[in-house]
Design a binder for this molecule. Structure first.
Ligand code: PLP
Length: 401
């Protein structure tokens, strides 16, 4: 039978998913949690099923469990944001929250601002709405707000419509690890408000900080209600839970709730999370993950300095990733393919750029230090160095055979 006529958003997609990495590979590719710090939720899940059966095995309220929305609002308030439960919509993770923001704001042909590079999973979600991407650079202080202002001013002068939103990861950016400075955050909000553009703040790593004082979140600085903040329990507790939220003005979250096709997110998982958080276990757990990921970061930084002295990178103060820049001329796609063959899975930097029609650096790779243990980190970086040597001396094709 002929395949059905696909919608535009599906017609460009590959008919097959990429082959999974060999399971025996050391995984530097994914944002998986370190297995040893996954929380034991047995008691909380048992309570959720036994004491709250009538709630947890029924459909949930569309906006999320009221008690969880209130807990999230308190959590955000403690982080400086002025929100109440009315601002919170519970979702199936931050990516789902992003999709709902897109469903709320985007029509085909709209523009969206992304940093260059940006979180690679956000790109296909936003792209599927038929938008055009506007890329803005970043440096060690985060998104280049002068460049952003110049682009938006130019569009205003040319009578062009403004982009619908600016998407950024201001804390421990994925993939670069950069945290936006407080000054930049203030300017970003001024520029966005002046041009009537919303800001989508995706900040899953905010609490995964290893050192230094935290910078106020964009939502905490948001006096004009331009920010929609995406939150998630994926990095706070465990990615498999698939619970997150979006925090925004009540008329926005009420509309997103109506666009949510599952009606309400899973109440059993929401109640299990609430039992964990409301009983005070989260703070201790966060301290544990900070210690684990700090140790992993330190181990990977030392290994890269030792094994890959030609490579430059900024040491992140939190998050899960190092963004490695190899010498000019190194093709990261080839390097990643070779590394994958040699037994370490990394992601080529080319996947982190939203626009396919402009040139980007081709010599960057993202490596995650979150999932591997310390010995695997040493061995994985040794394998990456072997792949680099093979690519640099032209023998990668032999290694790939
Ligand atoms: C910037 C960013 N946003 C969102 C997510 C995923 O969030 P969730 O698991 O809640 O969908 C990740 C995970 O790697 C991420 O790095």
């Amino acid at each position: 039978m002929q395949p059905p006529a696909f919608a535009r958003r599906a017609s460009q997609l590959s008919p097959t998913l990429p082959a999974p990495a060999p399971p025996e590979n050391i995984a530097f590719d994914s944002g998986h949690a370190f297995p040893g710090v996954l929380p034991d939720l047995t008691a909380e899940a048992a309570t959720a099923l036994a004491q709250y059966r009538a709630e947890t095995l029924q459909y949930a309220p569309r906006m999320g469990l009221p008690a969880l929305r209130a807990w999230i609002a308190d959590y955000m308030t403690a982080d400086g944001a002025r929100v109440s439960a009315d601002n919170i919509l519970v979702t199936n993770g931050a990516k789902h929250a992003l999709e709902l923001v897109c469903r709320l704001l985007l029509d085909e042909g709209d523009g969206v601002v992304m940093t260059s590079p940006t979180y690679f999973s956000a790109i296909p979600i936003i792209r599927s709405f038929g938008v055009s991407f506007i890329e803005v650079g970043q440096d060690r202080a985060g998104l280049d707000v002068d460049q952003l202002a110049a682009i938006l001013d130019r569009r205003r002068k040319d009578g062009k419509s403004q982009p619908k939103f600016i998407y950024d990861v201001p804390d421990f950016h994925n993939p670069t690890g950069v945290t936006m400075s407080a000054e930049r955050r203030a300017v970003l909000l001024d520029v966005a408000a002046a041009h009537g553009v919303a800001v989508v703040e995706d900040s899953p790593y905010r609490k995964v900080r290893f050192e230094g004082a935290s910078v106020p979140s964009l939502k905490a600085l948001d006096e004009r209600d331009v920010v929609l903040q995406l939150g998630t329990f994926s990095k706070l507790m465990a990615p498999g839970l698939r619970v997150g939220w979006v925090a925004a003005a009540p008329p926005l979250v009420a509309r997103m709730a109506q666009l949510k096709s599952d009606a309400g997110s899973c109440p059993l998982t929401q109640r299990t999370i609430l039992e964990f958080c409301a009983n005070g276990r989260l703070a201790q757990h966060v301290a544990r993950i900070q210690d684990r990921y700090r140790a992993n970061r330190d181990r990977m930084v030392a290994a890269v300095r030792r094994e890959l002295p030609d490579v430059s990178f900024v040491v992140p103060h939190g998050g899960y990733y190092l963004w490695l820049t190899f010498p000019d001329g190194v093709n990261a796609d080839e390097l990643a393919a070779c590394a994958n063959q040699i037994g370490v899975t990394v992601i080529s930097g080319s996947r982190f750029f939203a626009r396919a029609d402009v040139a980007h650096p081709r010599n960057q790779v993202r490596v995650a230090f979150s999932h591997a243990d310390e010995d695997e980190i040493d061995e994985g970086v040794r394998r990456l160095a072997a792949a680099y040597a093979a690519v640099a001396n032209g023998s990668a094709a032999t290694a790939l055979r």
